[in-house]
Ligand binder design. Structure first.
Ligand SMILES: [Zn+2]
Length: 243
């Protein structure tokens, strides 16, 4: 794991169900935020013990390496059950404990409609944990903290993004972070029919990033949904060309 100091404070915290989810859906954004001098952190909710390939130990090592490549200052995995994640009070409290420790201004969650049930649960579980974390009367031994902003990484959702983050300068680095998961993506027999061949991962992930980039007039992008409306100060500074 990367620096686990109890004093670490995050500007941006990405929460996801599985190790390697963040690399796939918002790794470029984390890289961009880190390049802006912001402190980024990653909380994986499960250890990956239900995965077809590799052990939870393999994944822990790979996740630490990926965090280093992404420039994240903090990464940990909770021990919620992989493949059967549930939105329980106990789980909300576990996440609230991390939120109160790291005190992020922004939390990135997966989009709430997803093929994998863990991803959908992580969205509502994460949202409700953010709420709970702000309640003074919920005692976790640390000061209450509610993030200012929650955005949903929507790369795999069939939904129109609210905004795109331009990750063009970081596309190669993001790919390296994903490929740190050798147990998942290197060539092997186990799960051969289930997993995309290594050489195709690059083409697929770059094609997705290109698609979302095109929506915003940049080369590569990552999509996000926010539930709130946008607020504008100066119309002449609005990005993304209309015609
Ligand atoms: Zn996942």
């Amino acid at each position: 794991m990367t620096a686990q100091g109890v004093d670490f404070r995050a500007d941006v915290l990405a929460i996801a169900a599985h190790r390697d989810d963040v690399e796939q859906t918002c790794g470029g954004t984390l890289l961009r935020m880190a390049a802006r001098g912001l402190r980024t952190a990653i909380l994986d909710l499960t250890q990956g013990e239900a995965g077809t390939r590799g052990s939870a130990e393999d994944r822990a090592r790979e996740a630490a390496e990926a965090a280093r490549i992404l420039g994240a200052g903090w990464r940990q995995a909770l021990t919620l059950p992989d493949g059967r994640l549930e939105n329980t009070l106990e789980n909300r409290l576990a996440i609230a404990g991390v939120l109160r420790l790291l005190r992020p201004r922004v939390v990135i969650l997966p989009y709430w409609r997803a093929r994998h049930p863990d991803h959908a649960v992580a969205a509502t579980l994460g949202y409700e944990a953010c709420f709970l974390s702000g309640l003074k009367k919920i005692d976790t031994g640390t000061e209450p903290h509610r993030p200012f902003k929650i955005v949903y990484a929507s790369l795999y959702a069939d939904v129109r993004p609210s905004f795109i983050v331009d990750i063009t300068p970081f596309i190669e680095q993001r790919h390296l972070a994903l490929m740190a998961y050798r147990s998942q993506y290197a060539h092997q027999e186990a799960g051969g029919g289930l997993f995309v061949p290594e050489e195709e991962i690059r083409e697929r992930t770059l094609a997705e990033a290109r698609h979302y980039g095109l929506l915003a007039g940049v080369r590569y992008g990552e999509p996000f949904v926010q539930k709130e409306v946008g607020l504008v100060d100066d119309l002449t500074l609005l990005p993304v060309q209309s015609i």
